[in-house]
Design a binder for this molecule. Structure first.
Ligand code: DGL
Length: 266
């Protein structure tokens, strides 16, 4: 029994899609969320900068007495997860492996599409992780750099969104993929627009639920679960409060963001 919070972070608000799934599966757990809203997006930054930013945030969450840290950002998970794990003694969980395992369990024809930020796609982390589980898998990857600003602005539908989505996804539509991994925690917000580009048999993988199950397993393995029959809290730290913060935050989390604090020096 451990009532300390789970630390969760992302470059912006996208990681709240993961928080939503953790809250649903583990309602007694308290969560501290850190969204680096002043420095989003990470997906077009260098490995060095992504390492610096994510190390600072992990240190912040450890100082806040987190019992584990969930890297709710594919970009950070793809580029520097092993460094974060090496430099910290508490469990650190990324989002790539849970999504990969789910995609492998769903695909029939073994053609899997992966969409993500430029950094995630260039890292080849999904392709490597998929092939490690099944060498017969064929992956087709596509970076969609404009999806993050669209989601952070709350632009989720309409002509502009459909045009941008159609532009990025056209190379994938030509391939016979039966499974598409949404390899960025911002993309579930654009799920409808993305799904409209494919036929109904293509399954979209939003790894948030798979990540929540992986969190449950790690907490259980390390004897860190909070089994108390009471509702856990959610506290959010952000590095800026951008325009439309409340509306967009609510879209990601599925409920209002009540407790939010800005941090400048951490
Ligand atoms: N939501 C993040 C991800 O999963 C980061 C997007 C970004 O900051 O570019 O990759």
């Amino acid at each position: 029994m451990d009532s300390r919070p789970i630390g969760v972070f992302d470059s912006g608000l996208g990681g709240l899609t993961v928080v939503k799934s953790i809250k649903a599966l583990l309602p007694s757990e308290s969560i501290i969320y850190f969204g680096d809203t002043a420095r989003v997006p990470y997906g077009n930054k260098s490995r060095e900068l992504i390492k610096e930013y994510s190390s600072e945030i992990t240190e912040f969450l450890v100082k806040k007495d987190s019992k584990m840290v969930v890297v709710a950002c594919n970009t950070v998970s793809a580029m520097v997860l092993s460094t974060l794990k090496k430099n910290n003694s508490i469990p650190i969980l990324g989002v790539i492996e849970p999504g990969v395992a789910e995609a492998i369990s769903i695909t029939n024809n073994k053609y899997i599409g992966v969409i993500g930020t430029i950094a995630t796609v260039n890292s080849d982390a999904y392709n490597t992780a998929l092939k490690a589980l099944d060498s017969n898998i064929e992956t087709i990857s596509q970076a969609c750099p404009l999806f993050v600003p669209l989601a952070e602005e709350g632009w989720l539908e309409g002509d502009v969104v459909n045009m941008v989505v159609a532009h990025y996804l056209s190379p994938l539509k030509e391939k016979n993929i039966d499974t598409l991994i949404l390899g960025c925690t911002h993309y579930p917000l654009l799920k409808n627009a993305i799904a409209n580009q494919f036929n109904k048999t293509t399954v979209l993988i939003d790894s948030a639920d798979a990540v929540a199950r992986a969190v449950q397993k790690q907490l259980s393995d390390f004897d860190l679960l909070n089994n108390k029959d009471e509702k856990g809290s959610l506290f959010c730290f952000v590095t800026d409060i951008p325009m439309h913060f409340e509306t967009v935050g609510q879209q990601f989390l599925g409920s209002p963001l009540d407790s939010v604090q800005i941090v400048h020096d951490f």
